[in-house]
Design a protein around this ligand. Structure first.
Ligand SMILES: [Zn+2]
Ligand SMILES: [Zn+2]
Length: 428
């Protein structure tokens, strides 16, 4: 209830500020006839000016703000559902720490291009933690892995995922990653000797998903632990601790005792919150039985989410894993507010949380849809040793002689521009 009162006060203050702004704007109507002295005075107010930069943009432009040494920044690179949609990729959170470490928690379908749009060198985002192996939590990992060389990653990709050990021990992350490497055999093999493929090595660590609060990762002052999830088996949630800050991230899970015991009072609690059953019927066209199963036996619906938050009282809560639309959000909020009155954000892609000991600031990021790969951080090396792939002669013989003059021109121009002496040779 206290939070409602606080919210009420904030509303009054915001409304007051808005009215003041309106009054100032009305006065601003007469700026055109103001004296020059008055105009200068007015332009400097609050850092605003006719020719300078906008002092407060209210959003986060990736790559334009330093992270303080004691600060954590979390960006939703996927807040949605298994269904591919332009508006929301499936589960993926980027966690950036003031010590320079960056972690990816889950990498669902569609999330890779969101990550790329932040303009972070791939050498910096080489650590991926998977809560479980559903496609909406790892579907973009194969593409993220295989596109490393073309996007200037020069370090191995490190992946942590649940081991086997359940009733199907053969279903662990290592087996999945081995199959993924097999799937890419042609692509990996044909690229060798043509580009720098050093990043095409994968370091896979399986963690024991059945352990309660077991340490998954501990480096550089960062500890990541896992707790079991109720979502089939071989599913987990993560708790990251660094510098006195604590972040909890659920994969898919029903409310569970381990989460409730170990995430009490965390700074940022990101938990799945799928639809209520009637929305599963209306929006997904599920049958009644399918709808109830999906949102009460496999996933946490908004009421489950709210109950978990009410029992754990995080400093700031985030609901994700639902299609966040104008016609789904009100019902979700109604379901949550009947049970939980703490601060909560309903995640959309590119929502950003800056977390410090003083609290959490939520904004939307404005990503760069035009981004090109960030430059390589290390000198490129093409491995010419070993069993290099060679396209068969009969295929290369299909290259028309008439194109040779065009190719020569390209090489001449290039050598002139770059002071080099390359010669065109289709066959290695
Ligand atoms: Zn799942
Ligand atoms: Zn999921």
């Amino acid at each position: 209830m206290r939070r409602f009162i606080a919210l009420g006060l904030v509303t009054v203050v915001v409304a007051g500020a808005y009215l003041l702004g309106q009054m100032q704007a009305m006065r601003g109507d007469s700026v055109g006839v103001m004296s020059e002295a008055n105009a200068t005075e007015s332009e400097n107010a609050g850092g605003w000016s006719r020719t300078g930069t906008t002092p407060d943009r209210g959003v986060y432009y990736p790559g334009t703000e330093e992270l303080a040494p004691d600060e954590m920044r979390v960006i939703a690179c996927g807040s949605g559902m298994p269904m591919p949609r332009l508006k929301q990729a499936a589960a993926c959170m980027l966690i950036e720490l003031g010590n320079g470490d960056k972690f990816i928690f889950d990498m669902g379908t569609g999330s890779m291009e969101r990550l790329y749009a932040l303009g972070i060198p791939l050498d910096y985002i080489d650590k991926v933690f998977l809560t479980h192996l559903h496609a909406d939590h790892m579907g973009d990992l194969p593409a993220f892995y295989i596109y490393g060389p073309q996007n200037n990653r020069s370090v191995p990709l490190r992946v942590w995922g649940p081991g086997g050990g359940g009733t199907r021990p053969e279903w662990g992350t290592k087996a999945a990653m081995d199959s993924m490497l097999d799937m890419w055999a042609w692509m990996t093999g044909t690229l060798a000797g043509t580009i720098d493929t050093r990043s095409m090595s994968l370091e896979v660590t399986e963690y024991d998903w059945s352990k309660v609060n077991g340490v998954v990762y501990e480096e550089n002052g960062v500890v990541i632990r896992s707790i079991p999830a109720i979502h089939f088996e071989q599913s987990a949630s993560f708790i990251l601790e660094w510098n006195g800050l604590k972040l909890a991230f659920s994969g898919d899970t029903l409310p569970n005792r381990w989460w409730i015991e170990h995430t009490k009072g965390v700074d940022l609690s990101i938990h799945e919150s799928i639809f209520m059953p009637d929305m599963a019927i209306k929006k997904w066209k599920f049958s009644g039985e399918e709808a109830l199963n999906a949102v009460t036996k496999i996933h946490a619906n908004p009421a489950f989410f709210a109950k978990v938050m009410a029992m754990t009282e995080p400093k700031h809560a985030v609901a994700y894993h639902f299609q966040n639309d104008f016609d789904t959000l009100p019902a979700t909020i109604r379901a949550v507010e009947q049970i939980y009155d703490g601060p909560v954000d309903y995640a959309r892609d590119f929502m950003v949380w800056n977390v410090t000991k003083d609290g959490v600031r939520t904004r939307m990021a404005v990503p760069n849809p035009e981004y090109y790969p960030t430059p390589p951080l290390q000198e490129k090396k093409i491995d010419m040793s070993g069993d290099r792939y060679q396209t068969p002669d009969w295929i290369l013989d299909g290259f028309p002689d008439e194109v040779n003059a065009v190719t020569d021109q390209i090489y001449d121009d290039f050598n002139k521009e770059y002071g080099t002496d390359y010669k065109f040779q289709l066959k290695n």
